[in-house]
Design a protein around this ligand. Structure first.
Ligand code: GRF
Length: 195
């Protein structure tokens, strides 16, 4: 099978991006996909350095104090320089417009730290903690112009029982995210089931 090309968009830490890059290098995503580009909308995102460590080209297109239409036009110009199949959002904190999401319809995916049907927004683990949930979900979904409203591709249940602090919840959730995102990407690309 021909490898698919995924571009990863980040805004911060980039731990999901790093997990994907590790899996492309030597695990579940090896020979399934390659990453021609990491794009950050934040100049100081720690994920940029991490991408470079893996030899991946990382480009910064700042969105701060810029009209969204201008930011997206710059992103599109960058994307048009390369060939790619999917855009993988990994902690990318900018809402993309209808124009952008329709241009790449069903080619943009995101990982969300909650059940998108129950909670939308960036604080999924805080929401689980504040509501004393004994379990939560992480969700991989297609991206449309809404905030975490796109069609769900896959979800994973996370057991939170016995976890006393928000830090513990985040740690457990993220560990699952790191495995789950790559598994779902592998399934999306190959059409096969992975463990
Ligand atoms: C993750 O919890 C992800 O689900 C959410 O933002 C966080 C990003 O973390 N969309 P990282 O930048 O991948 O470390």
């Amino acid at each position: 099978m021909e490898e698919k090309k995924i571009v990863i968009f980040i805004s911060g830490r980039g731990s999901n991006m790093e997990a994907i890059l590790q899996n492309v290098e030597k695990a579940i995503l090896k020979d399934i996909c390659e990453v021609p580009l990491v794009l950050s909308n934040k100049i100081d995102a720690p994920g940029i350095k991490k991408a470079k460590k893996y030899g991946v080209r990382a480009v910064v297109i700042p969105s701060h104090k810029k009209k969204r239409s201008r930011f997206e036009a710059e992103v599109i110009r960058e994307l048009e320089k390369i060939d790619f199949d999917f855009i993988v959002l990994a902690g990318f904190m900018k809402i993309l417009s209808k124009h952008f999401t329709e241009k790449y319809e069903r080619r943009i995916i995101n990982i969300h730290p909650a059940d998108t049907k129950q909670y939308q927004g960036p604080a999924g683990y805080e929401w689980a903690y504040e509501n004393n949930l004994s379990q939560t979900y992480i969700t991989v979904h297609y991206v449309d112009e809404g905030v975490d409203t796109g069609d769900i591709i896959a979800q994973k249940k996370i057991d939170l029982s016995g976890l006393g602090s928000l830090e513990d919840i985040k740690k457990r959730g993220l560990t699952h995210e790191h495995r789950f995102y790559s598994k779902v990407i592998a399934e999306l690309i190959t059409g096969k089931k992975f463990e």
